[in-house]
Design a binder for this molecule. Structure first.
Ligand SMILES: [Zn+2]
Length: 174
């Protein structure tokens, strides 16, 4: 591991695998005669501290049905499809900008320097745009319960979209 650049920084790695959620049956023919077909490892960045660099090693597994030969994947409950950053990183950045009023530049710098997340302003900007358009700002964000919401993120092209938009009753309509 070459991540140990400065010896006072600890690298904390968590491992997640789709194999922990081995599917019960084929989505096509519904038979339960399945095997692992192949896999891919991906590194996903998480929010660290000035002294702890946090990364998730995620194993994306492709399963195959031995009956109909269909190859398929599952959606991991903690890892949005295509994610390069854990949902908490996005949530943090969006809260800083939309709720606390910090600038995108400032938040990007803090992510890089204080939380050891390698990220560009462009990416943070994109998250803000996507969240800003949803209910015109932050009121909804604080209402989300994190664990159940993870599967509400889908990614088709590396970008994040909040699929589950939670309405709250005291919506501030301009
Ligand atoms: Zn099948």
């Amino acid at each position: 591991m070459k991540e140990q650049e400065k010896n006072e920084i600890e690298v904390e790695i968590r491992e997640h695998s789709d194999a922990d959620f081995f599917p019960e049956k084929c989505p096509i023919c519904k038979m339960s005669n399945l095997k692992r077909f192949t896999y891919k490892f991906r590194e996903i960045q998480d929010l660290g501290t000035p002294l702890i660099c946090r990364r998730t090693h995620y194993e994306r597994v492709y399963f195959q049905c031995k009956e109909c030969k269909e190859i398929f994947t599952i959606e991991h409950p903690l890892i949005p499809i295509g994610a390069r950053y854990m949902p908490g990183v996005i949530k943090y950045a969006v809260a800083r900008v939309l709720k606390k009023g910090d600038s995108i530049r400032r938040v990007t710098q803090d992510l890089n320097e204080l939380h050891l997340v390698k990220i560009s302003e462009t990416t943070v900007q994109r998250w803000i745009n996507e969240y800003g358009e949803k209910d015109k700002i932050s009121t909804d964000l604080s209402e989300e319960e994190p664990p159940d919401d993870f599967s509400g993120f889908l990614s088709l092209d590396g970008t994040f979209k909040s699929v589950k938009v939670k309405k709250n009753d005291q919506n501030l309509v301009p």
